[in-house]
Design a protein around this ligand. Structure first.
Ligand code: DQA
Length: 138
């Protein structure tokens, strides 16, 4: 069974409450429960942190044994050389995801330190971005 982890960065613990016009009204926990039921063929896990170093620690921890990482680094996408370097350092393929279409938003969201090192990028499909990323491992 393929081992896939979803890693969420800062403020994504507030999904459902946070700017619902942009990020939707569903909590990630509810979405994740449904996803696990729908894709029982994967060994799925989930990690969220608001702390850059904890995200890097998790990427390193799973990056030599898991089959895939679905990463929404949230605001750190646009700032973190450290997370970009962590992705370069590991062997596990990373799919970068975003709920919103970051290219349709402010200019500072157009820059990503994740994309150059990701296997692929999926953005703008709401929470479905995560599901599309997962399907890429089927
Ligand atoms: C986000 C987009 C980022 O620009 C933002 O900082 C987030 C969420 C998204 O999923 O649309 O926190 O990664």
């Amino acid at each position: 069974m393929k081992k896939i982890i979803i890693i969420n960065g800062p403020n994504l613990n507030l999904l459902g409450k946070r700017e619902p016009g942009i990020y939707g009204a569903q909590s990630f926990e509810d979405f994740y429960t449904d996803l696990k039921t729908k894709y029982e063929g994967f060994e799925l896990s989930y990690f969220q942190s608001n702390i850059e170093g904890e995200l890097i620690d998790k990427i390193q921890e799973v990056g030599f044994s898991f089959d895939g990482i679905i990463l929404n680094a949230a605001a750190y996408t646009h700032t973190s050389v450290g997370i970009g370097d962590a992705i370069k350092a590991i062997e596990t393929p990373v799919i970068e995801v975003h709920i919103s279409n970051t290219f349709a938003r402010e200019e500072f969201r157009h820059q990503s330190y994740i994309s150059p090192n990701a296997k692929g990028v999926i953005l703008g499909f709401g929470l479905q971005s995560y599901e599309l990323a997962l399907q890429s491992f089927l």
